[in-house]
Design a protein. Structure first.
Length: 399
């Protein structure tokens, strides 16, 4: 059977895999992207999900650079500010003890929020039209062999390719990472995240709220819903037992709990979607590359959903890999190129994983002394300009 010569082979057609395919295609590279599931059916089956992704100003600029911002923008809701709120229990109600609002001083907008399903749908439609991209659903790798000049790949649909670079964007249980024998450090957090949609009494005013009490943050993020500013998505992190018990509640009882936990920031809340539960862990790969192979996104790093870091880190992976790929001093897939990529990304990746882990530790604490430190930090330390600048750089994905 004839083997087709291509530049880049990408496993995983989720958010990162589709975005990487489009980015490389728009720079003239030939790309094959596969996924083990049926992408269209996945989109159709998740149309009612309120799981969302927040992307920040540098990510938006990248979308503009590769010419897809128009397609993404129509589904996206601007976030003008992030408000950190600390609370304590008083007379069976959460009362606010400290709050601090962060904005992007160089722009009216801090970032944008979009339903995952809407973004995958938009990227899928773009990718299908790209002449340099071949997309295959319901397809897996049967075998691949790495040689000096290319990677020989045979698929379950019996197609064969010779690629200069293979990119693993196939998630936290990555087939590519495991086949390359790249080790990772995994830590179970003892927390779950609940995601769901709400309709609220007060306008969100394009503000995202991170509300701290114990167990983890309760985060509301504005979403686009026919120009109505009274809809948001929620990510509620808490201890495993607490979230498991919440999932057993009927709708009325669940609404009572979310109204209590939200500290009345948005007024009365109504549940508008079925809650979904996600187990939380951190996972960091010890290496990002092998010969003619690289892992990106959740194949390389998994974080709890705090500070909009997860997908924005994945975008930084793609931006960095693309930058190295188009530099004249490198040949695509050669060791020098991949080592340069790994050196740059590992530093940023480990810094952000450590920062998010520390934020999560303070957000979930039940220790009264640490709660005082957390509240005081929001009140006073975040007014200290060097610290505020550091926090904004972390949040905005600056490298």
């Amino acid at each position: 059977m004839k083997k087709n010569n291509i530049d880049i082979f990408i496993t995983g057609a989720g958010l990162a895999g589709l975005l990487a395919s489009i980015a490389f295609s728009r720079k003239g590279f030939s790309v094959v992207c596969i996924d083990k599931i049926d992408i269209k059916n996945h989109i159709d089956n998740n149309s009612k999900s309120f799981r969302t992704t927040a992307f920040l100003e540098p990510s938006k600029k990248f979308f503009e650079e590769i010419g897809i911002w128009t397609e993404i923008k129509k589904y996206s809701c601007p976030m003008n500010s992030l408000k950190l709120v600390d609370t304590k229990l008083l007379n069976d109600h959460l009362t606010i003890t400290a709050s601090k609002t962060f904005s992007n001083e160089s722009s009216d907008t801090l970032g944008w929020n979009i339903k995952n399903n809407d973004m995958i749908k938009a990227l899928f439609e773009v990718a299908k039209k790209e002449k340099n991209i071949s997309l295959f659903s319901n397809t897996t790798i049967e075998v691949f062999e790495i040689n000096d000049e290319f990677v020989e790949i045979t698929l379950s649909n019996k197609k064969q390719f010779n690629a200069k670079l293979i990119v693993g964007s196939d998630g936290r249980d990555s087939f590519i990472r495991n086949e390359l024998n790249i080790k990772s450090t995994t830590k179970a957090l003892g927390q779950n995240a609940l995601t769901f949609g709400i309709q609220h009494e007060k306008s969100h005013n394009n503000i995202s709220n991170e509300i701290y009490y114990s167990g983890g943050p309760f985060t509301t993020v504005p979403i686009k819903n026919n120009s109505d500013e009274n809809y948001s998505s929620v990510v509620w992190m808490d201890e495993e037992n607490a979230t498991n018990n919440l999932m057993k509640l009927d709708k009325t009882s669940f609404e009572k709990e979310i109204n209590k936990r939200s500290a009345d920031i948005l007024g009365h809340l109504k549940l508008v979607s079925e809650p979904q539960l996600w187990k939380m862990r951190t996972q960091v790969a010890k290496r990002l590359i092998s010969f003619r192979a690289v892992i990106i996104a959740e194949a390389a790093h998994v974080l709890p959903p705090i500070g909009a870091q997860g997908f924005n880190m994945s975008i930084n992976d793609i931006k960095c890999l693309l930058k190295k790929s188009i530099k004249n001093k490198y040949k695509l897939g050669e060791p020098r190129m991949l080592l340069s990529y790994e050196r740059e990304r590992l530093v940023d990746m480990n810094f952000r994983v450590s920062s998010v882990s520390l934020l999560n530790y303070f957000s979930k604490t039940d220790n009264p002394f640490l709660k005082i430190i957390r509240s005081s930090s929001i009140k006073y330390l975040f007014n200290f300009n060097p610290l505020k600048s550091t926090i904004m750089k972390l949040g905005l994905g600056s490298q």
